[in-house]
Ligand binder design. Structure first.
Ligand code: SF4
Ligand code: SF4
Ligand code: SF4
Length: 752
């Protein structure tokens, strides 16, 4: 970093080259009024409110577009500057309905703040002749009122530069100009309701419907989105245990942006359909009876213990949830190992990203991706395989769109014409393969790279297993992998396969991201191995801008897997047969642990049908709807003698339950989530759990009633135990997470 010094209003400011005067002043706590500038957008320089004077230079300079230089002496306040600023604000106000007290944006408004900063006492130009009165209420989450619009174009630029969507435009000219979602209204436009324009709008022209209806909140809390594996950081505004608004936090992987889910889809939290009390029944044909959580837990423990007594300890199993926090997942697997006394524990990664864990674990040593979002930004070429990124992981999808617009190469391998393959502003290579032929296609790409001698010989010689490489070479050079042969199998033109291979290999830095289109196949692991082979072949691993990363589906799939919710491993993929690891867990848990590998999800259902598995504890997973072969799952669930489901809502799976325990949403709990990058982020309780009991307490109480006491006073105590048992977390604590915002594992042991 090139640090320089300058004087702003007499204050010595140290900053970096490449910053604007406005940014340097803001960092130093000096407020310069502005209306068209927004921290996530490129400098625009249209409102001219942010003008400053620079010693030795004539005239005024817009601080949002003028770069700092070493030794600059800057004045942000002078009688002349303030006179010009007042005039500008007066002109804005002359065409604005400043009915502030009844405006939903009152006290949130940057125009109001600018008027206050420059000291407006009167508006001399009382015209208001040009005020437009266009209203658009068609979007379900926000509304537009042109009478409050100052035409700063922040919304238009946010849509383009942040969301990469181009849904908004300025129509007409001069005084007639107005903001419009294309040529129609919001609901019929290209808008995907990400809310970036609403966040960027300095006035009440674009505003969330919830703010209009509920007013502002009085409490602001930072936490992590609970929808997908991107793990966006959010700021939640609430009052009286009710959420009012959610916006993106600048410090997360999302850098302030969110998608429609994280931004607006949180109304389920306060839904009347939420399960708030426990439900029990003897038979699944009976009606549920509402009881206290304590009574339900007593009933549950009695039934589970009866099953253990009557059949065997192996007749019980548990499923942890990838929607829950790391701490809760850890507790569920601990309950299964210590209270059920077996290893029959699994999580939904079994049916989505198990091939990721297996193939990345074998290729790179651990079952997790190798690139983070910062590295993705530095890639020259991004290969997207089997992932409809803009739909499933929208914030990463928007980022890739922006990178593509900036000219990065994009290779899409997907049978579907996804957004990233068809956007008019993006030049991408789309290999639209026939479903089920990805292994053949990826091998063919490798075939071309080897034939054309485009591989990284040094990387392979120094970093790969040469014996395996020679064997693989024999296979890959076989004619069956040639583009002319594979084009017939995959239905992708031979020339396109060759072009993609050359683009991939000749880029300086290539990153591969992939989704369930790779893993959810019978041969999912082979698909992931093909990707790791491609990355190693070209030396695209272990370097900035390179890597192979799975875009995880649910918010904490990575974490649930890291926490050892698998039948064969403890936390961070250490096998239960490893003496030292097992002894460490036995020591910490004060419990002799079973050494038999437990049942996977498919094995659990087969065991239920053949009568060996009798009781299950399913936390936050609707297996009936989500697992393959519904008839088989139905038969398995019906075969169980006793099923306990911990959930937010009644679901098709709870139809088979004897007990339903109330779960809590991500906004009602403390803990941590781990995203696709291996980023551990803090989850903070925003509202109290609707059930009246923390979800982790329900798990610990159940364990204690089953005869294995768990006694934690906070989620932090649980996390400290996980850290103590997991070298990958180093000496990580909640305090360090708060300090750094979030950290990727393996956490640097020297992170103080
Ligand atoms: S909500 Fe998002 S997509 Fe829709 S107009 Fe605003 S920025 Fe564009
Ligand atoms: S709607 Fe808001 S952000 Fe867009 S131009 Fe008007 S004032 Fe600016
Ligand atoms: S991209 Fe994923 S984590 Fe981010 S706001 Fe959307 S759903 Fe939440």
């Amino acid at each position: 970093m090139n640090t320089i010094s300058l004087l702003i209003d007499g204050k010595l400011v140290k900053t970096q080259m490449g910053k604007t005067i406005l940014e340097a002043a803001k960092d130093a706590g000096i407020k310069i009024p502005t209306l068209c500038s927004f921290e996530h957008l490129k400098p625009y320089g249209s409102c001219r409110l942010c003008i400053v004077e620079i010693e030795g230079k004539k005239g005024f300079f817009t601080s949002c577009t003028t770069m700092v230089q070493d030794g600059m002496v800057i004045y942000t306040q002078s009688e002349e500057i303030n006179k010009i600023r007042r005039n500008i604000v007066e002109l804005y106000l002359s065409e604005h309905n400043f009915d502030c007290t009844t405006c939903a944006n009152n006290l949130r408004c940057e125009l109001q703040e600018a008027a206050s900063l420059v000291g407006i006492r009167q508006v001399r130009y009382d015209v208001k002749t040009q005020i437009k009165n266009l209203k658009d209420y068609t979007n379900p989450y926000f509304e537009f009122d042109s009478s409050k619009c100052i035409l700063c174009a922040r919304c238009v630029r946010a849509c383009e530069e942040i969301q990469g969507n181009f849904a908004l435009t300025i129509l007409a000219r001069g005084y007639e100009s107005y903001i419009s979602p294309g040529l129609s209204d919001f609901i019929n436009s290209e808008c995907v309701s990400c809310g970036a324009c609403v966040k960027a709008c300095p006035t009440g022209a674009l505003i969330e419907k919830n703010i209009v209806n509920l007013g502002s909140g009085n409490t602001f809390a930072k936490t992590t989105c609970g929808f997908c594996g991107v793990g966006c950081h959010v700021i939640v505004e609430s009052k009286a245990n009710t959420i009012v608004n959610i916006v993106g936090d600048n410090n997360g992987p999302n850098q302030g942006h969110l998608c429609v889910k994280g931004r607006f889809a949180w109304e389920f939290v306060n839904s009347n359909d939420r399960i708030k009390n426990a439900l029990i029944r003897e038979k699944i044909t009976d009606e549920f009876k509402e009881v206290s959580i304590e009574e339900a837990l007593d009933f549950t423990a009695k039934k589970f213990l009866q099953i253990k007594e009557k059949y065997s300890k192996y007749a019980l199993a548990g499923l942890a949830s990838s929607r829950c926090t790391n701490e809760e997942v850890y507790l569920v697997q601990k309950l299964v190992r210590c209270a059920f006394e077996n290893n029959n524990i699994d999580n939904c990664a079994r049916v989505c990203h198990m091939p990721t864990g297996f193939a990345l674990g074998n290729a790179f040593g651990t079952g997790a991706g190798t690139a983070d979002i910062e590295s993705l930004k530095k890639a020259d070429c991004i290969m997207i395989v089997g992932s409809n990124t803009t739909h499933a992981h929208p914030v990463v999808g928007s980022l890739i769109k922006q990178l593509a617009i900036l000219g990065k190469k994009i290779i899409v391998i997907d049978p579907r014409t996804i957004d990233l393959a068809k956007q008019p502003h993006i030049q991408s290579l789309h290999l639209q393969l026939k479903p089920g032929t990805n292994v053949a296609l990826l091998n063919s790409i490798a075939h071309v790279i080897v034939k054309e001698k485009l591989y990284d010989k040094d990387f392979i010689e120094n970093r790969c297993d040469l014996e395996s490489f020679k064997l693989w070479l024999d296979f890959i050079l076989n004619d069956e992998n040639s583009p002319s042969n594979v084009s017939k199998i995959a239905k992708v033109e031979k020339e396109l396969i060759e072009k993609a291979a050359i683009e991939f290999a000749t880029s300086k830095k290539t990153t591969i991201v992939y989704g369930l289109g790779v893993t959810e196949h019978a041969y999912g692991s082979s698909g992931v191995f093909c990707l790791t082979n491609l990355a190693m072949l070209c030396g695209f691993v272990g370097k900035e801008g390179c890597g192979v990363s799975p875009l995880r589906g649910q918010n904490n799939v990575q974490g649930a897997s890291d926490m050892g919710a698998f039948p064969n491993v403890f936390t961070f993929y250490r096998h239960i047969s490893d003496e030292n690891t097992r002894k460490a867990f036995e020591g910490m848990w004060q419990k002799k642990l079973d050494t038999n590998v437990g049942l996977t999800i498919p094995q659990m259902f087969r065991s239920a049908i053949n009568g060996r598995l009798k009781g299950m504890y399913i936390v936050g997973e609707d297996v009936f709807q989500t697992d393959p072969n519904t008839y088989h799952i139905q038969k398995a669930l019906e075969s169980l003698e006793f099923l306990v489901v911990q959930e937010l809502f009644l679901s098709p799976t709870t139809n088979f339950a004897h007990v339903v325990l109330p779960g809590s949403s991500f906004l009602e709990k403390n803990g941590t989530f781990t995203n696709w990058e291996r980023r551990i982020s803090k989850v903070n309780k925003v509202i109290q759990p609707l059930s009246g009991m923390d979800e982790y307490k329900i798990i610990t109480k159940l364990s204690s009633k089953l005869g294995y006491a768990m006694d934690y006073n906070s989620e932090e105590e649980i996390f400290n135990e996980i850290s103590a048992l997991s070298p990958q977390l180093g000496t990580l604590t909640y305090e360090k997470l708060e300090k750094y915002g979030s950290l990727l594992w393996p956490v640097d042991l020297y992170t103080s």
